[in-house]
Write a protein that binds this ligand. Structure first.
Ligand code: S3P
Length: 207
């Protein structure tokens, strides 16, 4: 076939942007799955602003997340988190990385469903443990048994994260590969294009 006869293939980013309209792309999932790292790169690809909800909460409160937990407690943090995410979703389209507990609140899930496409970055317990050990600023893991806490949180949260529109397996491969998979699955979901066949490591990681 000559080049002239090939169908014109629009860039997936352009298709995704036009299908999104004012809706955002929201990354959900446990601490340590890479929501901020992947979100930042995905935003660059889509040429959308990237916003990290945790950073916005800290800016709005004028203190760090550990300080909010310590001085005001988790329920206060959760209320602020829900308010900040609601505000951010009103300013879409953006790529938004949410804190690991945000999607557990029904009101926030409903808002995300109405104003965004959600992607659950799903990682195995071992991958999460390896990654969260690198940072000591997560108040929920300041327990005598962080590993047991992660196991408990995963049991509680995975059925809820599974309500996200889309799921991508976060694993130890180059970040750009995960971003590429996000682009593929977004285009398939929004524009009805078949997503590329998952590679063997994705199929086993997603199970
Ligand atoms: C939390 C996750 C954190 C942060 C807070 C609570 C959670 O965000 O919002 O420490 O409940 O899982 P990351 O998922 O970005 O670490």
């Amino acid at each position: 076939m000559s080049d002239a006869a090939l169908p014109i293939q629009a860039a997936p980013e352009a298709d995704i942007l036009s299908a999104l309209g004012t809706r955002s792309v929201v990354l959900v999932g446990m601490m340590g799955v890479g929501k901020s790292t992947i979100g930042r790169r995905l935003a660059l690809r889509l040429k959308l602003p990237f916003v990290d909800a945790d950073t916005e909460i800290e800016a709005a409160a004028g203190m760090t997340i550990p300080e909010i937990f310590e001085q005001h407690g988790e329920p206060h943090f959760r209320d602020g988190e829900a308010r900040v995410i609601a505000r951010l979703l009103d300013g879409g389209p953006i790529v938004l990385a949410t804190g690991g507990g945000a999607f557990m609140r029904e009101e926030t899930r409903d808002r995300i469903a109405g104003k965004a496409i959600s992607i659950w970055l799903r990682a195995d317990h071992d991958v999460i443990m390896r990654r969260v050990r690198r940072r000591a600023d997560r108040p929920l893991l300041q327990t005598a048994d962080p590993e047991g806490t992660v196991t408990r949180l995963l049991t509680e949260r995975e059925p809820v994260y599974a309500k996200a529109d889309l799921t991508i397996a976060s694993r130890d491969v180059p970040h750009d590969k995960i971003v590429e998979e996000c682009i593929d699955i977004l285009r398939a979901h929004l524009c009805g294009e078949p997503a590329a066949e998952p590679s063997a490591d994705v199929a086993s990681a997603v199970r």
